[in-house]
Design a protein around this ligand. Structure first.
Ligand SMILES: Nc1ncnc2c1ncn2[C@@H]1O[C@H](COP(=O)(O)OP(=O)(O)OP(=O)(O)O)[C@@H](O)[C@H]1O
Ligand SMILES: [Mg+2]
Length: 314
């Protein structure tokens, strides 16, 4: 991409995927049938990968926008309010008059174990024709996460035509479809970010064979495959990297869900800031590490907080 073309882009990051309401509670213990658990802590608000990544990116100082679908209901309003409050452009948000806004209920117990209940609502009804060309074409980076294949391909095609970089996180469900079914999409993608279980599902290898699995994905065309390894950090295989970048240590793990989205926003923020791939990966690990110290789906720190944390930790 030429410098002029990049400078004229309206958004640093456009996130395409699910917009949901996320209800998160911490309980003393998971209740059995006919039992009640006491809620020790709770947060609720916007969630789903597209909401998380666009908000996390905005907190890191990026100009972000979202392309997703909500219902014309009070949950949809919660999502809109929060996106606006966080400074995310919502021009690409589609509102369905027929279905309901999806939601996720996350229950976390004292030891950090998690139960999740998911209702996708109209989130998966984001059709290829719902993707607003003008928004995706005006991005430096387009991040597509856990979204149906046809709409993902359409977003990636628009991005490619306008020289935007495409990053993709298949998520748990899509990864089970395997490389063959996803090949067309993977060929349009520049950066693949997924965890070791997903890269295994995608390639038919074992989670511990993530290096071989990453190689299979990389050979289909992406310039960078980042395999997220939870507390171990990330394994990156790219044109200029082939190494494990360790996680950034935190004192207290509160809520690990949304770490993957924080990582994606951090990686893109680092690359937008012109960091080398390795430095951007380290930055992304720090963003994800700071997110997991807080309860909530998109509790990314500010850029300043990340820099300060890395500075103090090293
Ligand atoms: N316990 C931890 N300590 C420090 N960093 C962590 C920890 N867990 C996760 N991370 C950071 O978050 C990143 C993403 O987490 P993870 O590997 O769990 O991805 P994921 O499975 O996509 O997450 P998600 O549950 O959000 O989908 C890791 O690569 C790492 O940088
Ligand atoms: Mg994930």
């Amino acid at each position: 991409m030429s410098r002029n073309a990049e400078a004229s882009k309206r958004y640093d990051l456009v996130a395409v995927g699910h917009a949901l309401v996320d209800i998160r509670i911490v309980v003393d213990k998971f209740p059995g049938p006919d039992e009640e658990a006491r809620v020790l802590n709770q947060v609720w608000g916007g969630g789903g990968s597209a909401v998380n990544v666009s908000i996390d990116g905005a907190r890191l100082g990026l100009k972000t926008a979202i392309v997703a679908k909500i219902g014309f209901d009070s949950f949809g309003r919660i999502v809109v309010d929060e996106l606006l409050r966080e400074g995310v452009d919502i021009t690409g948000l589609r509102v369905s008059s027929k279905g309901q806004t999806g939601f996720t209920i996350v229950v976390i117990d004292r030891s950090g174990d998690i139960l999740m209940y998911g209702f996708k609502g109209v989130a998966e009804e984001l059709e290829p024709s719902d993707v607003v060309d003008d928004i995706v074409a005006n991005a430096k980076f387009v991040h597509i996460a856990s979204l149906r294949i046809d709409t993902s391909i359409r977003a990636a095609e628009i991005a490619k035509k306008s020289n935007a970089k495409v990053s993709w996180d298949p998520g748990r469900v899509l990864a089970t479809k395997g490389v063959k079914e996803l090949e067309k999409l993977i060929k349009l993608v520049d950066i693949v970010a997924l965890n070791n279980r997903e890269v295994a599902a995608l390639t038919g290898l074992k989670p511990e064979e993530y290096k071989e699995a990453a190689k299979i994905i990389k050979e289909l065309g992406p310039e960078l495959v980042a395999v997220k390894l939870g507390p171990r950090g990330v394994y990156a295989l790219g044109n200029d990297v082939n190494e494990e970048v360790p996680a950034v240590k935190v004192d207290r793990v509160v809520d690990t869900t949304g770490a993957g989205d924080a990582f994606a926003a951090g990686l893109i923020a680092g690359l937008v800031r012109g960091y080398t791939t390795r430095k951007a990966l380290l930055y992304a690990n720090a963003v994800a590490a700071l997110k997991i110290t807080k309860l909530g789906s998109h509790e990314a720190p500010t850029h300043q907080a990340v820099v300060q944390y890395i500075w103090e930790a090293t």
